[in-house]
Design a protein around this ligand. Structure first.
Ligand SMILES: Cc1ncc(COP(=O)(O)O)c(C=O)c1O
Length: 412
């Protein structure tokens, strides 16, 4: 591995994003490869959350003059990162809740043409599967679940005249495989359905061009590659051409055309606010804004280029272990077909993930047999990548992981 270690040092020395690591609060020398689950805090997050508390202390309820439209303000800053236009994105609620709202709104419109079913794939995040199942069955349709990571043709073939919407996670939380957003959206439209993307593993990691793809709807979270913090609110995207038509099922005062008119009847706002519901978590939102700002400064081009290189170095290093040890990479090799984490399948995966964590390499385990290695280009170094594989090798050589309990416990 000496040659890879030397390459890693050279890549770090020439890394155009190298300076961004200093924008994150980093405690100790843990190798953190789980930014695909929870990103690191930005240095600014403590300050901006503190600023909210200062304003709250000083201005009390009048602080709402500044906070009231934070969801759409951050949405406008986030929009360019996912190829959307100003006015098409709002930060609010959780990803699961936003998915429920948008999927319900879309299917209600399509139900008039008897299109009440939804197509997805088995690789979709479980929460998405639960929500989509409930949305389809409430309208008399069903959820058609394709095998994980289907091709464009397989998706198109599943969209018959009873399907109102296709909902997919752009980068699979498990395999790390990435769909061709433009090709899938076009195929789905050609068969008469709407396209909804879950961008939780995409925003801040890979380029997304929602408007260019012609996407109808999208949701995503801010606590992974956007570094918004634990439990930070998600976001939703609705293409502006749908604003006048779609109505989501949770009609709350933040979605009202005249929020402070306090009228008894609901009348939806005519813009993206109609997809919002209630009072947003301002302390969390402040940290989201800081995360979005750092990502915007770095730019998605540089982030994606480094993300591909980080995973290439990892794949080259891991390939050397697969000859001797029972490991297989399930993430596609083609950079155009993968996101920013690499999934490795192995027996004793849970024990191995625990052994890695005990030696300062933080990865995660996805049942039943996958370990995910996540590369966050804003703060992961090439040297961390090669060191993590060296630690993996030494554990496999010694069998040290077999001493860890095999029963899954707590958060994995
Ligand atoms: C792809 C994907 N969708 C949805 C969710 C659920 O998000 P939330 O718990 O914020 O609703 C997650 C959580 O990790 C996810 O990875």
């Amino acid at each position: 591995m000496d040659d890879l270690a030397a390459l890693a040092r050279e890549l770090d020395a020439n890394d155009v994003l190298g300076g961004f690591r200093g924008r994150f609060a980093i405690d100790g020398d843990t190798i953190y490869l789980d930014g695909n689950s929870l990103g690191r805090p930005t240095i600014d997050s403590a300050d901006v959350v503190g600023n909210v508390i200062d304003r709250w202390t000083r201005d009390l309820v009048e602080g709402w003059e500044v906070w009231i439209d934070l969801g759409t303000r951050i949405g406008d800053r986030l929009a360019p990162l996912i190829g959307a236009s100003a006015g098409e994105v709002a930060v609010c609620d959780q990803t699961s809740v936003n998915l429920f709202k948008l999927a319900s709104a879309a299917l209600d419109v399509r139900a008039s043409e008897s299109r009440t079913s939804i197509v997805t794939d088995a690789g979709n995040f479980p929460s998405d599967l639960y929500v989509l199942q409930a949305v389809a069955s409430a309208r008399g349709g069903d959820l058609r679940v394709l095998d994980a990571d289907p091709t464009v043709d397989e998706i198109a073939a599943a969209v018959d005249e009873t399907v109102g919407m296709v909902a997919l996670t752009h980068v699979s939380y498990r395999s790390g495989a990435m769909f061709d957003g433009a090709a899938v959206t076009a195929a789905v439209h050609a068969h008469g359905a709407l396209m909804l993307w879950d961008l939780s593993h995409s925003a801040g990691a890979v380029p997304v061009e929602l408007d260019e793809w012609g996407a109808d709807l999208a949701v995503g979270c801010t606590y992974k590659y956007l570094n918004g913090g634990p439990g930070a609110p998600g976001y939703l995207f609705v293409a502006s051409r749908h604003h006048a038509v779609l109505r989501q099922p949770i009609e709350g005062w933040f979605g009202h055309a005249d929020q402070f008119g306090f009228r008894s009847a609901y009348e939806p706002a005519d813009d993206i606010r109609r997809f919002m519901v209630g009072t947003p978590p301002i302390l969390s939102m402040a940290a989201v804004e800081a995360g979005v700002a750092v990502t915007s400064e770095a730019g998605m081009g540089a982030i994606r280029a480094k993300g591909i290189r980080l995973s290439d170095v990892f794949l080259d290093a891991v390939d050397r272990l697969t000859e001797k040890h029972e490991l297989s990479v399930i993430t596609p090799r083609d950079p155009a077909a993968r996101g920013s984490h690499v999934a490795v399948r192995t027996g004793n995966a849970y024990q191995l993930s625990q052994a890695l964590r005990s030696r300062g390499v933080i990865v995660d385990f996805r049942a039943p047999d996958v370990i995910r290695f996540g590369f966050a280009p804003l703060y992961t170094t090439f040297e961390e990548v090669t060191r993590s594989v060296a630690v993996l090798e030494s554990i496999l050589e010694s069998g040290a992981h077999l001493a860890f309990p095999s029963g899954r416990a707590g958060v994995t």
